[in-house]
Design a protein around this ligand. Structure first.
Ligand code: HEM
Length: 138
């Protein structure tokens, strides 16, 4: 035993332990790439959940036109239209960030991946704004 008193610097050197799902959003030591990874995971899981929801909703077709018409009324409510915008955000973020991760993984633009991320997100924000206008403004 050295007998040396632990200092703040020693604590800063220790690796950060992130636990469970809450740990994905633990802000300690996270930089832009870390946040992008956490949001990529959240949107990826959200898209998987949406896929099953989508298949479930399509199965309403088997129950005849009455149940489908009732669903369409719900789908056109402002709440569900807002969720459509959230879905488009998830698709855009996951797809565009996924292209960046794939390119960097293949060894391209490794020195400019931050700029690529910002450019893709600006493009995604513009597409999202147009989509939201098309959804809400008739
Ligand atoms: C343009 C389409 C897509 C692209 C380019 C893309 C790209 C990627 C990439 C590169 C990763 C790995 C991320 C990493 O290792 O940091 C990933 C993870 C994942 N993707 Fe996609 N993806 C796409 C569409 C989808 C769709 C449609 C779904 C769901 C139905 C999905 C679900 C997931 C899930 C669940 C993960 C694992 C996330 C994790 O464990 O961190 N992706 N995607």
């Amino acid at each position: 035993m050295s007998g040396r008193v632990a200092t703040g610097a020693d604590r800063a050197d220790r690796p950060i332990r992130r636990r469970g799902v809450v740990g994905w959003f633990d802000p300690r030591g996270r930089r832009l790439g870390g946040w992008a990874f956490a949001l990529n995971r959240l949107t990826g899981l959200g898209l998987v959940a949406y896929l099953y929801l989508h298949l479930g909703i399509l199965s309403l077709l088997a129950a005849g036109p009455g149940s489908w018409d009732a669903f369409v009324d719900v789908a056109l409510s402002p709440l569900v239209l807002g969720l459509d915008v959230v879905l488009i955000f998830g698709m855009l973020f996951h797809g565009l960030n996924g292209i960046r991760v794939s390119l960097v993984g293949l060894g391209y633009v490794t020195d400019r991946h931050r700029a690529l991320f910002v450019a893709l997100m600006v493009f995604g924000a513009l597409v999202l704004a147009v989509a939201a206008l098309r959804i809400f403004v008739k």
